[in-house]
Design a binder for this molecule. Structure first.
Ligand SMILES: [Zn+2]
Length: 226
């Protein structure tokens, strides 16, 4: 189910207050247009009815993709993380059909960019654990190649043609094409790890992926030695 709310905002350009509607939940089944706006990075843009200027809004919301059994919760304040976890765990009791036992994946993100990235990944039927591992692998290559660039963040994107990219945010942003075969190869290599139960994996980010990639590399080295 989708939920919209009306909120009052003050335009940062003309300082006039106006009412606008925001999403508390976007369901990809019932609101494909809103889901596409999120994926295009336009969901939080709001136009002022008075001066016509477009400015970004910020509010917490849930992205629910029932086709891919995913719920992504975006919180605007990282200090609310623990409360969000409690809220989601309560949801499992009230609605067992969205629990991990029913195959559902739940994620909590704290930035709009991360929300958009997760939506892109799941909406396209991909596994975010593998994409985070890809980000670690590609980052190592890019960091080695561009040693004088200060990187702030990296995001996975899919363009309307279906091509995959990594966008490195830096003083000099770098976008590189992602080879889908690398994803497929990693999927085969990590088959055993990925099949493990998914409970309590609310945060799947590069930090999580870095540990997984390191564990795997150690295991492969060990096999070589033996
Ligand atoms: Zn205005």
């Amino acid at each position: 189910m989708s939920l919209r709310e009306t909120v009052s905002v003050t335009c940062p350009s003309c300082r006039k207050a106006y009412d606008t509607s925001v999403w508390s939940t976007i369901n990809t089944d019932t609101d494909p247009k809103a889901a596409e706006k999120l994926i295009a990075g336009e969901l939080f843009d709001d136009g002022c009815p008075n001066c016509g200027k477009v400015h970004p809004l910020n509010y917490p919301m849930v992205f629910h993709d029932p086709e891919h059994l995913v719920m992504i919760s975006y919180i605007t304040d990282a200090s609310e993380y623990r409360d969000k976890v409690d809220e989601i765990e309560k949801l499992f009791e009230d609605q067992p059909q969205v629990s991990p036992e029913s195959g559902y994946r739940h994620r909590i993100v704290t930035t709009q960019n991360a929300l958009r990235e997760k939506a892109v990944i799941f909406y396209n039927g991909l596994d975010d654990r593998l994409v985070e591992m890809l980000k670690v692998i590609y980052s190592e290559q890019v960091l080695a190649q561009y040693q004088n660039v200060q990187f702030k963040d990296v995001f996975f994107l899919i363009n309307p043609k279906g091509d995959w990219f990594m966008q490195f945010l830096a003083d000099r942003p770098i976008t590189i094409r992602v080879d889908k075969n690398v994803y497929e190869g990693l999927k085969k290599q990590m088959e055993k790890e990925l099949a493990l139960p998914q409970n309590e994996q609310f945060t799947i980010d590069m930090e999580w992926a870095y540990l997984k990639v390191n564990e795997k590399n150690k295991e492969l080295e060990q096999q070589k030695i033996n």
